[in-house]
Design a binder for this molecule. Structure first.
Ligand code: ZN
Length: 242
């Protein structure tokens, strides 16, 4: 099976469309979304509609949950908070219903997906160090756990001697005795200083993982963010990928 993995779309329609057209060219059997379809960007309802039609599974993320009123907004910085309030006031009722019923994790073959961390899928912690990753490896039984949330793509490779290695040398062959924690990056708001939208493909037959970047019409998204009256920084950061 070939899986397309997308995460952290954040209401960015131009980035989502660019990613999906690239995924279609690369031919996958299923698209899985790791959460945060909305928040920050100017097209939340449109993005939810497309994700709903195009993905086999979509998880709930912290911004999705905040827009449903299930997370205290005090956990967010003022820009994220303002964007969440803006999103909540505009989200169509079908979109709310869809997001409200999304799961926190999903298991398939020898893999698991979760938005933030496998040890605590309902809390929105970040994996920021190899120490954090060590804890996460203990929390899942599958060979690979795929995550999103921090908007920075990487692969942590755990060898049979329990040594962890941070990798970016795509494509990566998944070796039998190894386990992996993989961040698939962000479609709609990359933060690794590369403004191109990120997505990944997992080929479970070839046992291969690959990360892709697609340029999209950033200027168009920025114009919509400004026209919506959302915080200026949310537009600016898209051109630098931060
Ligand atoms: Zn996010």
């Amino acid at each position: 099976m070939r899986y397309g993995l997308i995460s952290d779309i954040h209401g960015n329609l131009e980035a989502l469309e660019a990613v999906l057209s690239e995924i279609d060219k690369l031919r996958v059997d299923q698209i899985l979304c790791l959460g945060d379809v909305i928040g920050y960007g100017p097209n939340p309802t449109e993005c939810v509609k497309i994700v709903r039609e195009r993905t086999a599974v979509c998880l709930v993320g912290n911004h999705d949950e905040a827009s449903l009123g299930r997370v205290d907004l005090e956990f967010f910085n003022y820009m994220a908070k303002e964007a969440i309030e803006w999103t909540t006031s505009r989200l169509a009722s079908e979109a709310i219903e869809f997001l409200r019923t999304r799961p926190y994790t999903h298991e398939f073959e020898d893999y698991v997906i979760v938005h933030a961390t496998p040890e605590d899928p309902r809390r929105w912690n970040y994996i920021l160090s190899l120490d954090d990753a060590g804890q996460s490896f203990e929390a899942f039984d599958q060979q690979v756990c795929f995550i999103g949330h921090s908007h920075t793509p990487w692969v942590i490779d755990l060898d049979p001697d329990d040594h962890m290695r941070l990798r970016h040398d795509y494509p990566i062959k998944l070796q039998e005795q190894h386990r992996y924690l993989i961040n698939v990056g962000s479609v709609g708001q990359p933060r690794d200083r590369n403004p191109a939208a990120a997505f990944a493909i997992l080929d479970s037959h070839k046992r291969e993982y690959n990360l892709f970047r697609v340029p999209y019409n950033v200027v168009k998204t920025q114009m919509k963010i400004r026209a919506a009256g959302l915080p200026e920084f949310l537009a600016d950061r898209l051109s630098v990928g931060q």
